[in-house]
Design a protein around this ligand. Structure first.
Ligand SMILES: Nc1ncnc2c1ncn2[C@@H]1O[C@H](COP(=O)(O)OP(=O)(O)OP(=O)(O)O)[C@@H](O)[C@H]1O
Length: 238
């Protein structure tokens, strides 16, 4: 279980507060207005931003001060962070060893991850020779080889068209189910939350609220969510 106990994190002078827990294996959407602190929340959990108060624990272990690589976390960003001069297989291999000195077993793990995301036969290509959707798959394969129990996705598929995005959400959902990973995904699209997430963490005005059931939240949204959705009178069906 992920716990943020009276946590405060700082991002360049911005202060985010969170006091919440996420049950193991949950798929949770993180939504809220632009600039509210969604990326700061994920970055604090991943160890990219300093925690100034409270603590972060994973299965009871205090990881507040742990180095990013020592956390049970794999993170996927919107641009995928693929290196253009490396092949797809090398980009995925970076998830296992930054110096790419992979063992035979690790090479096999890379191959399996590429196969799982539907990129067999493309291991030797450079990212520039992949479509946008294929690049997203390669970035997801890198997250997958890390085999971490907590996956943090920061608007991972925002640049993809609706059909492609749906495919990727299906894939993420399937992978999370297979591995039992806990998933936190930032999205600006309420439909993504409805589609993939059992629960939603609402981030507004520098505070991350405890997760609530997605359908419940959209059925009776708090004021901050109403404002964000821009539908004060009537909301789309949950
Ligand atoms: N390097 C920085 N220096 C100063 N302030 C920053 C820095 N990075 C972010 N901030 C501020 O921190 C706040 C939270 O940013 P954050 O990226 O977490 O928001 P967000 O909810 O993810 O926004 P968006 O939906 O637009 O990506 C914002 O108000 C932003 O202006």
């Amino acid at each position: 279980m992920l716990r943020l106990d009276a946590m405060r994190a700082e991002n360049g002078g911005f202060d985010l507060a969170a006091d919440l827990a996420v049950e193991p294996g949950r798929r949770v959407a993180v939504i809220g207005p632009s600039g509210a602190g969604k990326s700061t929340l994920l970055g604090a959990i991943a160890g990219f931003f300093p925690v100034t108060a409270g603590r972060i624990t994973w299965d009871g272990r205090d990881i507040t001060g742990a180095a990013p690589g020592a956390r049970p976390v794999a993170m996927l960003f919107q641009d995928g962070n693929l290196f253009p001069h490396l092949t797809v297989a090398q980009n995925v291999g970076l998830g296992l060893r930054p110096d790419l000195r992979l063992s035979a077993q690790q090479h096999q793990a890379v191959e399996q991850a590429l196969h799982r995301v539907g990129l067999n036969g493309m291991a030797g290509r450079k990212p520039g020779a992949l479509s946008g959707g294929q690049q997203s798959r390669a970035a997801l394969a890198r997250v997958l080889v890390q085999a971490r129990p907590l996956l943090l996705l920061d608007e991972p598929f925002a640049a993809l068209g609706p059909a492609l995005k749906r495919d990727m959400l299906d894939l993420v959902q399937a992978l999370a189910a297979e591995t039992g990973a806990t998933l936190l995904m930032v999205s600006h699209d309420p439909d993504d939350a409805r589609y993939i997430a059992e629960q939603v963490i609402l981030v507004a005005e520098g505070r991350a609220e405890p997760p609530v059931t997605t359908a419940t939240l959209f059925a009776d949204p708090p004021e901050a969510l109403r404002r964000y959705l821009g539908a004060p009178g009537g909301l789309p069906d949950a």
